[in-house]
Ligand binder design. Sequence first.
Ligand code: GAR
Length: 201
Amino acid sequence: MIKLGVLASGRGSNFQSIIDSIDRGALDAEIACLVTDNRSAYAIERARLHKIPHVYINPAGYASRDIFYRDIADELQFCGVELVVLAGFMRVVKKPLIDAFPMRIMNIHPALLPSFKGLNAQKQALDYGVRIAGCTVHFVDEGVDSGPIILQEAVPVFSDDTEESLSARILESEHRIYPLAIKLFIEGKLRVTGNIVKIGD
Ligand code: GAR
């Protein structure tokens, strides 16, 4: 059974969707550890409720981002993690962590990449006036919300949408495709060539 390490900064609803998928037998995985950079993240409460080991790593305690990410990588490796899952981890991951888990870090972003990278992606989509929005699961490289795309799901944008209503609609898609992307990884069905992910046996 594969060991996952989850990194989350806040609410942790994507973390919860992965927990739920494991609990109902849809994902053959174990969450070996939750790492958070936010002492008051609700994700910690979710980890407690499900008896998942969790650790808070205080970014303010580090002289450099590289050392911060080296410590996170050490923690994940100590827990035997094979796939790192960024679930609302609101930081750009740096080289020491990427090098420790090459093509073994996934992220979910609330936009159809490569559109609307960075923060407040749903607001960016509304401000641009797009008719279709959505979410993307991708492997993480050193760029911001770049890296090979694994899965995407589109949702409609309605004329009376607010940032909240659109975010909620996208979040439902997130909770569907993130566990699915992890399942494809576990089953060995993701082949990465350059920036392209091929899905198949
Ligand atoms: C999600 O919408 C996720 O896509 C987004 O933060 C939210 C976290 O929600 N991530 C990013 O914007 C990363 N660039 P959650 O804590 O309830 O999973």
